[in-house]
Design a binder for this molecule. Structure first.
Ligand code: 4AD
Ligand code: MG
Length: 459
């Protein structure tokens, strides 16, 4: 049902004359000389029931040829419906057809289509209940993100999409070049390239966010990030959106506190603002998700170190596909054991071995672990990755060199440590992982409008 109409119902001004526009979901012809049309305009989950009498001048010629997908404007009277599921209905006095839809060809018929198949129809899947709901949830979480950070005096920062820095150092940057690489034999001389250096799409806005946090105190980014990771899992995209807050004069405890408050804020906003969409996810996608999310708002998140996590996993008697020992990168099965079986709540794992984390994280006194944190959630695993940053110039230089990276590439980042360095910390929340978590959708490809994954960039 159209959002506007909801407002009218609230103000109980029924018997109102109005025009509703949208796309037809279904048409049912009654023997009583009228048709039921289910009209959806995407503004909210519910459709509007329209009663189209055969007295309409285009009833025989047009209305009886309306099939799912057609676009209409219906003018008439809004009335309380006498029975059935619909509480109100629109009694049409005039129906204008914008565009017919070919019943033989329109792919979104009544029969259920798999999410995989819908990915091949990405231009039409927005018209389905699921993708309408996913899109409204994304909108709600985006708006709540800005509210959350604005209320806490963080400035919204736009960081570059094209960059020369591989922030995570994982070698997963997509290259950006105007050279015709197919014509170049041997080594490429990037001094002839557009930026006169090798450039790529950003994997994270963090380094730029640190720069501004070390001037404005608190900033956050909310932008697209890109990773040329050849992962075919249900939790990886090649293009995804990340929210990265960064705080000066803050340590890892402040960071974990902010992450916890942020997650709870997002969930609270979603449950309050999208009840109908969430009801749908609870009924059709993941039973009990509303209850699980509500519980989380009051839950204490568990906080353990990586070393404690490994100890728990080793003693668990659980059969893991990947063996556990100190030093391994935790796999999704390990993360899920901790959140789902051991603690049954989100778990913040801190102080990972330096070998498996990025160069910028603050070294602990043991010289073996760094001030990292991952926030793991039931059903998803890692949803947030963050750290306290290395603010000591000598330690940072040492780390960069020991990782075989070039100090010269980071001169500007090092400068922040030369001129009035401060302890600072931040994190990155994978927006699509959060949407997955909140909706119970199985595959991350189904929570973003146009998913990019290896081999897929159509639409
Ligand atoms: O853990 P990551 O790699 O951390 C960073 O990028 C830091 N620079 C963040 C920071 O401290 N400012 O990524 C952060 C989050 C992950 O926890 C995960 O939720 C998400 O980004 N993520 C992905 N989401 C979808 N597809 C992928 N390929 C992802 N890789 C990471
Ligand atoms: Mg990570």
């Amino acid at each position: 049902m159209h959002k506007l109409i909801k407002e009218i119902i609230k103000s109980s001004e029924l018997e109102n004359q109005l025009t509703a526009k949208g796309w037809l979901r279904t048409r049912r012809d009654s023997k009583g000389g009228f048709s039921f049309l289910e009209l959806n305009d995407g503004s909210c989950f519910e459709s509007l029931q329209v009663i189209a009498p055969d007295s309409l001048e285009n009833y025989q010629t047009e209305i009886l040829n309306l099939h799912p997908g057609s676009s209409l404007a219906v003018s008439g009277q809004l009335k309380k419906s006498p029975g059935g599921e619909q509480s109100i209905e629109l009694h049409a006095e005039k129906i204008e057809v914008y565009g017919f839809s070919d019943i033989a060809e329109y792919p979104l018929q009544k029969k259920r289509i798999s999410f995989e198949k819908l990915r091949e129809l990405a231009h039409l899947r927005a018209r389905t209940n699921t993708f309408g709901a996913v899109t409204r949830v994304r909108n709600c979480l985006s708006a709540a993100t800005h509210r959350f950070f604005q209320e806490r005096s963080f400035y919204y920062l736009n960081t570059p999409i094209i960059t020369a820095n591989d922030c995570e150092g994982a070698g997963e940057m997509f290259q950006v070049s105007t050279l015709d690489l197919s014509k170049i034999k041997g080594d490429v001389d990037y001094s002839h390239d557009f930026f006169k250096r090798r450039a790529g799409l950003t994997v994270s806005g963090q380094l730029s966010a640190e720069t501004y946090a070390c001037a404005l105190g608190r900033v956050y980014t909310f932008g697209p990030t890109f990773r040329a990771e050849n992962s075919h899992t249900s939790r990886h995209l090649s293009e995804f959106w990340m929210i990265e807050p960064e705080m000066a004069f803050a340590d890892l405890d402040d960071d974990a506190q902010l992450a916890t408050e942020y997650l709870k804020y997002l969930i609270t906003a979603l449950l309050n603002e999208c009840p109908k969409d969430m009801e749908f996810f609870d009924n059709r996608i993941k039973k009990g998700i509303i209850g699980e999310l509500s519980k989380l708002v009051d839950a204490d998140f568990q906080k353990i170190t990586y070393t404690e996590a490994v100890d728990i996993l080793e003693k668990s008697n659980e059969k893991f596909e990947f063996d556990v020992s100190w030093g391994i990168d935790l796999q999704s099965e390990h993360e899920r054991y901790l959140t789902e079986k051991k603690f049954n709540t989100p778990v913040i794992v801190t102080d990972y071995p330096k070998e498996i984390k990025a160069f910028y994280m603050r070294m602990n006194d043991d010289n073996k672990t760094v001030r990292a944190m991952d926030v793991l959630c039931p059903g998803i695993g890692e949803i947030i990755g963050g750290s306290q940053r290395e603010e000591r110039l000598d330690k940072l230089e040492e780390r960069i060199l020991s990782m075989g990276m070039d100090l010269a590439d980071y001169w500007w980042y090092l400068d922040l440590r030369k001129y009035g360095t401060v302890p600072h910390a931040g994190f990155g929340l994978g927006f699509e992982r959060m949407v997955q978590f909140c909706t119970g959708m199985e595959n991350i490809r189904d929570v973003i409008p146009f998913p990019r994954t290896p081999g897929h960039a159509e639409f």
